[in-house]
Write a protein that binds this ligand. Sequence first.
Ligand code: SF4
Ligand code: SF4
Length: 372
Amino acid sequence: MRSIRVNPNLMTIFEMLGASSIRKCFDCGACTVTCPFSEEYGGEPFPRRIIKYVKLGVEDKLVASLEPWLCYHCGDCSDSCPKGADPSEILAAARRYLIIKYDFTGRVSRFLHLTNYGWLIGILILATITLLIGLIFRGPIISDRTMLETFAPVIVVDTAGLIVFAVLAIFVLLNVYRMYKFTVGSLKGIPLSIAVKELVEIPKHFLTQVKLSRCSFRSFYFIHLMIFYGYALSFILFVPLLRFTLTNEPFLFKHPLSILGIISTILFLIGLFYIIRGRLEKKHHVWKYSHTSDWVYIWLLALVVVSGILTGIFRTLDYPLPTYIMFALHIILAACFLVLMVPFSKWSHLAYRPFAIYFARLKMIKGSGVHV
Ligand code: SF4
Ligand code: SF4
């Protein structure tokens, strides 16, 4: 018989990760009745089972579960909890915990999430590295007119961007593979043709986030989508189209591609406005509790967007030095955001969740339910 490992400190770790009210749960099941996914996954006790695992300290069961990723943090269960245990926040803490467990380095996520000032130290280290690389590879400073591409040669920015995106993609995929091993284990018992056919779930849920639309707080779905498509447009402008956007010519309102930049900025600004207002007002359960990593994520993204807007304005007004300084700041902030947030923060749910939905289908085909 396989022995079960118990971690007596698991509840304390969860409290550090944001589940500050978990000890109030008395296992009544009201959250399970409320959650729209309990029925969909064949009567699985969302999110109560995860809470039970944490209270019992059974780490292996927790790591083998996909349930935290199937949750969309809509807050419906927290509204129904008679004890104020805030189950949706416990699930958010479970996602942070799983991000730590999937991290193949075994250290970086743990350091960022569980060390005092971990995020601040991470940002300072990355900002310093990016600044040094920028100082080494920058071009000449032309100060009588704005020559942005001369200051930041497209070959340098393009190459650096491609390296960062390639490393991040490999990093995230390695972690997704670990998630697969922890949860599905193997394809034994699943016909390959079905496993391949089900792959369509990944792009479908990545691009539409459609399950979130089933939660009662409908605006949250649209806000989430706005931020997602803000990322998608920024990615298109900064990776495949960089050589058209980073030039010595005026860009804003002059180049047809600037319309994509304006749309992406508007999507980010609207999304950020609602998220920041929601988290400050704390009226809806989705935003009632903010973990440190939530605020780091939001403010870092806001700074990336604002520095991008200011770069565009200075460039359009032909203010050379403010344009160069703001663009350098924008690149430093963007590097910090990408390298720290994509694999280690809540951003990673955009990657993990569609895979979790696919893996959950594989497990159901195997006949083991979404759980182990
Ligand atoms: S989290 Fe709240 S609603 Fe869910 S089982 Fe515990 S006490 Fe009941
Ligand atoms: S936050 Fe929403 S999706 Fe997540 S467990 Fe609660 S009710 Fe279900």
